[in-house]
Design a protein around this ligand. Structure first.
Ligand code: KG4
Ligand code: ZN
Length: 339
């Protein structure tokens, strides 16, 4: 049921982890600006995101990122019909900064504030770039905190098909990269160095390959550590490429099963790990061979950004209207899955 179509241009705000982001999106699909300020340099020396540091950094730059998004979009304040913000899941101290900023701006401008689920925003990233996507599609959502296969049947209609039993795929990339001394964030580093390595050098176990649609990455990470301990002379690029190949094999195998079992029209990638070169290449191959439409968001739309927040905010507002202004941040907010 459509409640309202009086909202066209939305300012999106995203601060759930270590990116401070703001974007202006019109009618859920026209990205007029998409500003992302990454804190990677701040956290790199700690080898991972430090929540306290992230919260303080968001606080110090959120308003300049918002101003930059408005200027880049050439949008007057009066043109903004609503403010959408990620309210979870994520780091509570980081989420709170975005939520407080969004509420303040909504109050000052006299416009609705729309709370958004970060994972739902990732699901919408492909839709933002491909509004005519034919549903249902299977979305492989692979980020630093989550790994799940979701059947996207319609707006607000998601079915959970499988998820990780332990580490998220991105987390495994980050931990293996740290062990191999490749720095932070680990995913892009493994992606890069894998180009110089032999993916068949080490046959790492493909965990839970034939056990339904759930995943397990913790054992694969431990296998890398054990292999390097017993073979100290092994080349880092070979280990990285072999690990990446094992993870991608499992992701692709289960995505294919999920798409076949659910008669999906297409396959989408979402989340930071969807920026991975091998995963993108293998997904395209899978779609060509299996007759599925492919929807690979651009790399900048895969990683955390506020355009996807504004897009999902627009859809949510049309279905359910504004969020109450006493809405809080919810670090463990769940996606509302169908039974
Ligand atoms: O979605 P995202 O930006 O933030 C979360 O919501 O978690 O995902 C971040 C994750 C990190 O674990 C990072 O290492 C991984 O995405 N990542 C990649 C690549 N780019 C980012 N993993 C593999 N290959 C990449 N090219
Ligand atoms: Zn994310």
């Amino acid at each position: 049921m459509t409640i309202s179509d009086d909202v066209h241009t939305i300012l999106g705000i995203e601060t759930s982890c270590d990116e401070t982001a703001a974007a202006v999106v019109s009618d859920g699909t026209v990205v007029r600006s998409n500003v992302v300020s990454s804190q990677v340099d701040l956290h790199a020396r700690f080898g991972g995101v430090v929540p306290e540091v992230a919260g303080r950094a968001h606080e110090s730059i959120i308003m300049s990122v918002v101003v930059e998004a408005l200027v880049e979009a050439a949008a007057e304040d009066s043109e903004i019909d609503a403010v959408a913000v990620t309210r979870g899941p994520g780091l509570v101290g980081s989420l709170l900064i975005g939520v407080a900023a969004a509420k303040a701006l909504a109050l000052v401008w006299g416009v609705p504030c729309i709370g958004v689920n970060h994972l739902e925003a990732h699901l919408y990233a492909a839709l933002l770039e491909e509004p005519d996507l034919e549903l249902p599609v299977v979305v492989l959502l692979v980020s630093g905190g989550h790994t799940m296969l979701v059947l996207f049947e319609g707006h607000g209609r998601y079915r959970l098909l499988g998820s990780t039993l332990d580490d998220a795929a991105g987390e495994a990339f980050d931990k293996v990269a740290r062990y191999l001394g490749l720095g932070y964030p680990g995913g892009p580093a493994i992606d890069r160095i894998s180009n110089e390595g032999d993916p068949t050098a080490v046959q790492f176990t493909r965990a839970m390959m034939h056990d339904g649609l759930d995943f397990s990455f913790s054992g694969m990470k431990t296998a890398v550590i054990n292999h390097v301990r017993s073979n100290p002379d092994v080349g880092t690029a070979d280990v990285a490429a072999s690990f990446q190949a094992a993870v991608v094999d499992v992701l692709i195998h289960k995505t294919r099963l999920a798409a076949e079992q659910n008669n999906a029209r297409g396959i989408c990638l979402a989340g930071g790990v969807a920026a991975n070169s091998l995963l993108r290449e293998r997904t395209l191959e899978l779609c060509t061979n299996g007759g599925f439409q492919d929807f690979l968001p651009s790399r900048s739309m895969c990683t955390d950004n506020a355009a996807m927040v504004a897009a999902v905010g627009w859809w949510n507002y049309r279905q359910a209207g504004a969020s109450p202004l006493d809405m809080g941040a919810d670090p463990s907010l769940k996606l509302p899955f169908l039974d």
